[in-house]
Design a binder for this molecule. Structure first.
Ligand code: CP
Length: 317
């Protein structure tokens, strides 16, 4: 890895390598994460142009567990509010000898743009861009599934709710297909499915009760109102009745079906509290796994950058 912007183009071997590397940071038989010196002397800058609780915090914890120096730039009080362009902000941060930018942005493609413009040797990690991708979220979800199910073989996994506006869903579909699950099922009203849904290689189901049959994993998504751009919002009460995961609908899946959600959850809108906090929920395990996955991705990207730089130096000699 050099940058980590999308799961497109990453094969089964690479995704398995990320999961195995993340596993190596988890203390055996425990849920604690080792501290290792892999990024000692490196500087990681968290650049969050959009709000975040889980992703930002776990990237910071992951960088610290890798022994990096971490700078969290507060965008609301940075010079971007005085009209400084993104490119100029980046140039100034690069001048502070930064090795890695972790970027969240409301514009799809922003991390790719930054990767094209930064000095070679600086790694860019996508922490969620617009509706495009959230690759570390998808990988922590895959780690959670593997921990609970042992492997991906034969699994039937549903993603439910606002798939249209979800960067998480796009990355999850890619990861699940690459890792070889039996079926990825999208359960949503037609108005919350992307126009290219038919071409994604998933099963599509409009009726949630029917769609719950035979599921091993159900992943719930919230209504992402911040990306709906003035579109007519579905009534929350109607959405909950048809697509909210309650105990009655969950009972239609396999008895050992696990319940996942990337967060933030909206209780009583897409998920009932009794389900979110219930015995089949692994929602908080997902959060814990975010630290190990982000350690894996950052350490692999940094070693890719170092190898790349060494190759360039050799080529110049
Ligand atoms: N899942 C996720 O991206 O959560 P945050 O917005 O809190 O980072």
């Amino acid at each position: 890895l050099r940058h980590f912007i999308t799961l497109d183009g990453l094969d089964l071997v690479m995704l398995t390598d990320i999961l195995d590397t993340a596993d190596s940071f988890i203390e055996v038989g425990e849920r604690t994460i080792k501290k290792v010196p892999l990024l000692r002397g490196r500087t990681v800058v968290n650049l969050f142009f959009e709000s975040s609780t889980r992703t930002r915090s776990t990237f910071e914890l992951a960088a610290k567990r890798l022994s990096a120096d971490v700078l969290n730039l507060d965008i609301s009080t940075s010079a971007t509010s005085k009209g400084e362009t993104l490119s100029d902000t980046l140039l100034n941060l690069e001048a502070m000898a930064s090795d890695m930018f972790v970027v969240r942005h409301s514009q799809s493609g922003a991390p790719h743009f930054i990767a094209e413009s930064v000095t070679p040797g600086v790694a860019i990690i996508n922490a969620g861009d617009g509706r495009h991708a959230h690759p570390t979220q998808a990988m922590l979800d895959m780690l959670t599934i593997r921990q609970n199910k042992g492997s991906f073989e034969g699994l039937r996994v549903a993603i439910v709710g606002d798939i249209l506006h979800s960067r998480v869903a796009r990355s999850q579909i890619r990861a699940l297909q690459t890792l070889g699950v039996a079926e990825v099922r999208l359960i949503a009203p037609g108005t919350l499915l992307p126009a290219d849904a038919e071409s994604l290689g998933c099963t599509i189901e409009y009726d949630m009760r029917r769609g719950m049959a035979d599921l091993d994993v159900v992943i719930m998504l919230r209504l992402q109102k911040e990306r709906m751009e003035g579109a007519l919002l579905p009534s929350e009460r109607e959405f909950y009745r048809l697509y909210g995961l309650d105990t009655e609908k969950l009972a239609l899946a396999k008895p050992d079906c696990i319940v996942m959600h990337p967060g933030p959850i909206n209780r009583g809108v897409e998920i009932e509290s009794a389900v979110a906090d219930g015995p089949q929920s692994v929602i908080l395990n997902q959060v814990t796994n975010g630290i190990a996955i982000r350690m894996a991705v950052m350490s692999m990207a940094m070693s890719g950058q170092v190898a790349d730089r060494a190759a360039r130096v050799r080529a110049q000699e």
